[in-house]
Design a protein. Structure first.
Length: 230
């Protein structure tokens, strides 16, 4: 897929931020479009589904958290739309909630446009499944890397790109315990700035989606590994 095919929707009520990010994304070979708030973004998504959305949390009419909840609960194409949240420095609780309701990552304002572009690129790469193997099967869990689909006892379980990649990492190596740092390195690349709490939030999301299955084990003081999935 050529970089120009990546359609990025930038949603923020600050026109300066939208203009800054749109310029940086276009310079990186992507096709940005803009929306001033969540309601306008919802309408834009209805017209043409983007490949990723850069979404501010605090906006009028429909804020970023409520828009994310609506998309994830809708069950349509928007349920798997990658979302990179923009948040203010003092909105730690909102950032945590954003990840818990299905956001893929977040950037704190003020930010470098190059950082946003780098994180967008990292999320998009996560959305490209590896060519081999086509399926990872671990007891009742099946991960179809060709169709980018998770199934439990044959029933599809909708996941975000980050959730799928994290679960694939664990399921493909069932005997291995991964530290949070190792998970961050595998999903984002070495040295990528993201907190342990973000990984914990993704794990909680996965457990909730597969509840009450023993999907992921916590190894105290170490990290995570895939559960028995029985």
């Amino acid at each position: 897929m050529k970089p120009m095919s990546h359609r990025i929707l930038v949603v923020d009520d600050d026109p300066h931020i939208r203009e800054l990010l749109a310029f940086a994304l276009a310079k990186a070979g992507m096709r940005p479009s803009e929306a001033t708030d969540g309601q306008e973004a919802l309408e834009a998504i209805g017209r043409e589904m983007p490949d990723l959305m850069v979404l501010d949390i605090n906006m009028p009419r429909l804020n970023g958290l409520d828009l994310c909840r609506r998309l994830r609960a809708g069950g349509g194409a928007g349920a798997g739309l990658p979302i990179l949240f923009l948040s203010s420095r003092d909105d730690e609780i909102d950032r945590i909630v954003g990840i818990e309701i299905g956001g893929d990552d977040y950037v704190v304002k003020p930010f470098s446009p190059r950082e946003v572009v780098a994180r967008v690129g990292a999320i998009l790469k996560r959305g490209v499944p590896p060519p081999e193997p086509e399926n990872v099967v671990h007891n009742r869990l099946t991960l179809d890397t060709d169709g980018w689909e998770a199934r439990w006892d044959g029933a599809s379980v909708p996941l975000t790109a980050t959730e799928f990649q994290l679960l694939l990492l664990l399921a493909a190596n069932p005997a291995k315990v991964y530290t949070r740092d190792a998970i961050i390195d595998r999903l984002h690349g070495p040295g990528f700035a993201i907190t342990d709490r973000t990984i914990d939030s993704h794990v909680r999301n996965l457990r909730a989606k597969f509840s009450p299955a023993d999907l992921i084990e916590t190894r105290a003081g170490i990290g995570y590994r895939i559960g028995a999935c029985r």
